[in-house]
Design a binder for this molecule. Structure first.
Ligand code: S3P
Length: 441
């Protein structure tokens, strides 16, 4: 059953919130814990549908996993060669990260696997992973480049040196995971920096990973040693609150324990270019990942030309950033963001339609958007109904838009918010958003 949000206009965000655990790191904690020797203890795990899909898949592959219970997960690793064939297709749900990283991890196994996903995932491109894996000797079948994905058994993969045509952490990670099962070295070259959680976490599990400029290399056959992982709060989930507090006059909000990996902080850099008031406090390192508390206060934002080099570092935050741009003084131009078209929805089309429905001039371009901001003085959005198209980040971004609307906003098709942000409505309400969720009529 689908769900929708009704959000009354106005209000401000204040107090202290801790958003749920990082989705990227949660997926990886189960994957690497599963193929490690020994028991990996995870805390701060994201109890959202995406990360749970990954847990269920590894259970089906013969790994004993306890939890999640209050963010705790215990993974009883089976070692690099201890996974066994599942008796049915492995369901990745809405999670592109699960499917693409699993393609890499399963490509080098001596058993067959099939990966399936929901309607949105079934439309997403998998060739970007299947092709380089085939170069490593993997045997992978897709349906015209999309799921379901069938991975046939192989004796052994071999390492390759691969220059990615797009800046994708999922492709990089899939190849590095396959590289663990390959003879010789696997090198992935990225056209621009992308999130490096896989490399960092592999290091934490005792695997030697070398970084040389834009190239990452690992040698196959290295065993993983179990470890403890403390998952920071997801900066991608914090982003909705960073934007909400920036655009709503009178806001003063503290976000605790936010992951500040430099490959993920593009949203802070872009919001600051727009004039946002974000203070980084209490910087520390937790389990190999930088973490900080963020204090954000309302500010008069201005439109910017977003520097293309920041795009991969904020790739999941553009739905929220487009809402910020609509509230800014002047024009915002985003370029170099064609990857937005192959996320959980085509985020360029769906965001432009939603903004237009709320009276904002938003022009989609092949690789970005041009938004004419309404400025800090007027209400930025008129009342209306938005279709989230099952995309969690679209739904949460438009929920925050109500803070600057002059009437009620209805956001439809919001059930997938639970993939990355269980408890979003309650947490947002506690901070001051006038949001009600209900079963969709
Ligand atoms: C992710 C990488 C990004 C991001 C996704 C999570 C990851 O995807 O959009 O939400 O965990 O590696 P791409 O690698 O396709 O850019």
């Amino acid at each position: 059953m689908s769900r929708s949000f009704r959000v009354a206009p106005g209000g401000a965000l204040s107090g202290t919130v801790r958003v749920p655990g990082d989705k990227s790191i949660s997926h990886r904690s189960v994957m690497l814990g599963a193929i490690a020797d020994g028991v990996t203890e995870v805390t701060g795990f994201l109890e959202g549908a995406d990360a749970i899909s990954t847990m269920q898949i590894f259970r089906a592959l013969g790994v004993r996993i306890e939890g999640p219970q209050a963010g705790r997960v215990t993974v009883h690793g089976v070692g690099l060669n201890g996974l066994r064939a599942a008796s049915a297709a492995l369901d990745c749900g809405n999670a592109g990260t699960a499917m693409r990283l699993l393609m890499g991890l399963l490509a080098g196994q001596r058993f067959e696997s099939t990966l399936v996903g929901d309607a949105s995932l079934s439309k997403r491109p998998m060739r970007r992973v299947a092709e380089p894996l085939a170069q490593m000797g993997a045997r992978i079948e897709t349906r015209d480049g999309c799921p379901p994905v069938r991975i046939l058994p192989v004796e052994r993969l071999h390492g390759i040196r691969y220059r990615m045509p797009m800046a994708s952490a999922q492709v990089k990670s899939a190849l590095l995971l396959a590289g663990l099962y390959a003879q010789g070295e696997t090198t992935v070259i990225e056209p621009a920096p992308t999130r490096d959680h896989t490399e960092r976490m592999l290091g934490g599990f005792g695997v030697a990973v070398e970084r040389d400029g834009e190239a990452v290399t690992l040698r196959g056959g290295q065993p993983l040693r179990a470890t403890a992982i403390d998952v920071p709060a997801d900066i991608s989930s914090a982003a909705f609150f960073l934007v909400g507090a920036s655009i709503a006059p009178g806001s003063d909000l503290l976000l605790e324990h936010v992951g500040m990996n430099p490959t993920r902080t593009g949203v802070i850099a872009i919001l600051r270019l727009m004039g946002a008031d974000i203070e980084v406090r209490n910087e520390r390192e937790v389990g190999g990942e930088p973490v900080a508390d963020l204090r954000v206060r309302a500010a008069a934002l201005r439109g910017v030309a977003v520097p293309p080099e920041l795009v991969p570092l904020a790739i999941d935050e553009f739905p929220a950033l487009f809402v910020a741009a609509a509230c800014a003084e002047g024009r915002t131009v985003v370029t170099g963001a064609a990857e937005l078209r192959v996320k959980e929805s085509d985020r360029i089309v769906v965001m432009a339609q939603g903004l237009e429905a709320l009276g904002v001039e938003a022009r989609p371009t092949p690789d970005g958007m041009v938004i004419e901001g309404r400025g800090a003085r007027a209400a930025a959005f008129r009342p209306g109904t938005i279709e989230a198209h099952g995309d969690h980040r679209i739904a949460m971004s438009f929920a925050m838009a109500a803070l600057r609307a002059d009437g009620e906003l209805t956001v439809r098709d919001t059930a997938n918010v639970a993939t990355s942000f269980p408890g979003f409505e309650a947490l947002a309400r506690s901070a001051g958003l006038r949001i009600e969720a209900s079963a969709q009529a």
